[in-house]
Design a protein around this ligand. Structure first.
Ligand code: C2O
Length: 342
């Protein structure tokens, strides 16, 4: 049977790391009623998520305003930035049990749930942003770390006066330091050119050679009553390394980005995951056996999120397989890693 949307009224204390900072309660407000997700009517034009390093000033103003408004909502509002950050903590640090299995945590990392969970999470986050600025066409940016032009922390997040800024990021990794997609906790001494080439090779490996099937790319099956048995190539690398690379090495748990409970407190989390999501869309176009699971235990797995009207919505994996049906796509940018076989 599929893993189903948790009962949010039964959200409990999360298993936080030692010295966890800030609010230790990850639970969302309890929902009065939960509706089933239905696809929005096909829009005349798709929202286009832009590369964060190339947005213009007009876009940046809008995005800043949307994030500021989200941060200004009361903490009790499920659409507020602090509640949005808690969504990640609740689903990743044992805030929820699996329905019917009170002794088993629900965990959305390390399995085939990773990509669909984060896609749905961002989808509602983006709808909330658009609603706050009365612009339903608003699309969130992606951190284009797979392209040399985007291989730094995007500058828009590094401005101390911006609502996109977060003080708990690694000092030595501020721009213009190049990201290391294979980061393992040790800074590399490679030259800029060598690291760029190494990063492209990592991308080729994780998207092409190590990603020839759904299991290899999306992750191992995870069904009701089971435990996660392994994430897919992209979740492992570069998803994980970029989290650790961004988090502050001087915090006890590499907060914010370097730990599940705190990662989504950093606005850059959503840009990082937007690129992860983009990679999923691209992977499907790479051919051969790169087709998604047809197992109904994957397709019928579900999650619950709050939408832009503070309405709780249950969404299934099968609802989120096509971003165009969800109303968005990604700015077209070169994929130099496609020709970077080692
Ligand atoms: Cu839910 Cu990037 O992790």
């Amino acid at each position: 049977a599929p893993i189903t949307a948790p009962n949010i009224a039964q959200c409990g204390p999360a298993d936080l790391p030692q010295d966890a900072q800030g609010d230790h309660n990850c639970c969302p407000p309890v929902a009065q009623n939960i509706i089933d997700f239905t696809l929005p009517p096909t829009p005349a034009t798709l929202k286009v998520r832009p590369a964060a390093h190339s947005v213009d000033n007009e876009y940046l103003q809008k995005f800043n305003r949307a994030i500021s408004l989200m941060k200004a909502l009361p903490d009790t509002d499920p659409r507020s930035f602090s509640q949005q950050a808690k969504v990640h903590c609740a689903y990743c640090d044992g805030g929820y049990n699996q329905v019917g299995f009170p002794n088993l945590d629900l965990q959305v990392h390390g399995s085939w749930l990773f990509l669909p969970f984060h896609r749905c999470y961002l989808y509602f986050f983006e709808r909330i942003l658009g609603n706050l600025i009365n612009d339903p066409t608003f699309a969130m940016p992606f951190w284009n770390w797979d392209n040399p032009a985007g291989m730094q922390m995007p500058a828009i997040y590094a401005d101390r006066n911006s609502p996109l800024y977060d003080s708990e990021r690694d000092g030595p990794h501020q721009p213009p330091t190049l990201v290391d997609l294979n980061f393992d906790g040790e800074d590399t001494d490679m030259s800029t050119d060598d690291l760029t080439t190494a990063n492209l090779t990592v991308m080729y490996r994780q998207m092409v050679s190590n990603a020839k099937t759904a299991r290899l790319f999306l992750g191992q099956p995870y069904k009701a009553g089971g435990s996660p048995r392994g994430g897919g190539s992209l979740e492992n690398v570069p998803h994980g390394p970029v989290h650790i690379w961004t988090g502050d090495r001087n915090q006890p748990n590499t907060e914010d980005m370097g730990n599940f409970y705190s990662a989504a407190r950093d606005p850059i989390f959503y840009a990082h995951h937007s690129n992860i999501d983009r990679m999923w869309s691209i992977w499907k176009t790479l051919g051969a056996n790169r087709v998604e699971f047809t197992d109904s235990d994957w397709l019928d797995a579900s999650f619950v999120f709050y939408d832009e009207n503070a309405q709780a919505v249950k969404i299934r994996v099968r609802d989120c397989l096509d971003t165009k049906k969800l109303g968005y796509t990604y700015q077209d940018v070169d994929l130099p890693w496609l020709n970077s076989q080692p």
